[in-house]
Design a protein around this ligand. Structure first.
Ligand code: AMP
Ligand code: MG
Length: 345
């Protein structure tokens, strides 16, 4: 697994990036470890990066620069990004980052039998999740949008990505996980061995805390998102959570529509899970799987784990049960009062 390994929210005003980006550098009292922290608004959420040791100030700046670069490449809502140009033209020469994220995401679309589908954008747009102007699409509109999806139609040839006319990519389910890993890499290249990136609640740790102990990552209670479900001790891991509570809207009758779409129906996923946390060494894998396993539901998620391995997970069911894989059971402290079941691989 991870070394005993590590993970997101959303927002709006991009001016915040420049205005509120704060660098705190503590040159500590004698013997204290140097520590730097920086917060920026990117990928539609608040991002915080902390680094420890020599060059920590330089490191948090390098991580933030790398994040900005990735957002410029991967954002579906930025017409000038690789994905924006691809979605407009059907084919585009893209950066190595974009080619890599698309290729790896396509593999995961395949291995999850389409529970992850990076061509889901027309459907996500029909529900208003791309603009925040939420609406319930008609059956005909949904059928038309769904007809424009299908990850099998995407091709990557070297540095060129192509989709048939009218198809569009959305890397929203996996871009943050890739970004957190790349931010850690940028800091590692400067000699940093202890750092933590938090992209809107999705945490990714480089190594352990400066004193050599595990980081403690809080997992939100999906029934009461401002409170904790539990605490997880990890080092060197990504901890990525997908939950209906993270973005949803209600219609006049009070029906709730969440932002995670079941590509089989085009409607918000209704799999019996209310949150899925995936823990592993690879940020992109954890991010993509947190979304896909949410769509799949508990039974299919457990079957996927047994068939593929390489990650741990914490599932919360709509009936109020927490299911935790045996690999992290001892590292997870339940503070919710809900019963915990162990998933054996
Ligand atoms: P996450 O927050 O990582 O679970 O990703 C959810 C975001 O990914 C949504 O806001 C959509 O933009 C997009 N999305 C929703 N459902 C899917 C899906 N089944 N496959 C791929 N992307 C999705
Ligand atoms: Mg995800």
């Amino acid at each position: 697994m991870c070394e005993r390994t590590v993970t997101a929210v959303r927002g709006r005003n991009r001016i915040y990036t420049a205005a509120a980006a704060a660098l705190l550098l503590f040159a500590g009292a004698c013997g204290a470890v140097r520590e730097a922290e920086k917060s920026v608004f990117a990928m539609d959420t608040v991002v915080t990066v902390k680094a420890y040791g020599d060059r920590c100030g330089e490191a948090v700046n390098a991580a933030a620069d790398r994040l900005t670069e990735l957002e410029r490449r991967l954002s579906a809502t930025d017409a000038d990004s690789d994905i924006g140009r691809l979605n407009a033209a059907g084919s585009a020469a893209v950066s190595g980052d974009t080619a890599e994220v698309v290729s790896r995401a396509l593999e995961l679309c395949g291995s999850t039998d389409g529970a992850l589908d990076i061509t889901i954008y027309p459907v996500v747009r029909a529900w208003g999740f791309t603009t925040g102007e939420y609406r319930v699409p008609s059956d005909d509109e949904l059928a038309a949008a769904l007809g424009m999806t299908g990850y099998g139609s995407v091709s990557v040839n070297g540095g060129t990505v192509s989709v048939p006319p009218g198809r569009m990519l959305d890397l929203g389910a996996c871009a943050k996980g890739y970004a957190s890993g790349e931010m850690l890499k940028a800091m590692s290249e400067l000699g940093i061995t202890s750092a933590l990136v938090n992209i809107g609640g999705n945490v990714h740790a480089l190594g352990s805390k400066p004193d050599g102990t595990d980081w403690t990552v809080g997992i939100a209670d999906p029934f009461s998102p401002n409170e904790l479900l539990g605490k997880l001790k990890i080092s060197g891991c990504a901890v990525v959570t997908s939950g209906g509570y993270q973005r949803y809207f209600k219609d006049d009758a009070g029906n709730v529509y969440i932002h995670i779409i079941d590509p089989a129906t085009g409607r918000p996923a209704d799999s019996g899970l209310v949150s899925v946390t995936v823990i592993g060494g690879d940020g992109l894998l954890c991010d993509a799987l947190s979304t896909a396993l949410f769509v799949m539901g508990r039974e299919r998620a457990e079957a996927y784990l047994r068939g593929h391995g390489g990650f741990d997970m914490i599932l919360v069911t709509d009936g109020g049960v927490i299911a935790v894989t045996e690999g992290i059971a001892d590292s997870f402290e339940n503070v919710s009062g809900m019963p915990v079941e162990i998933i054996y691989e």
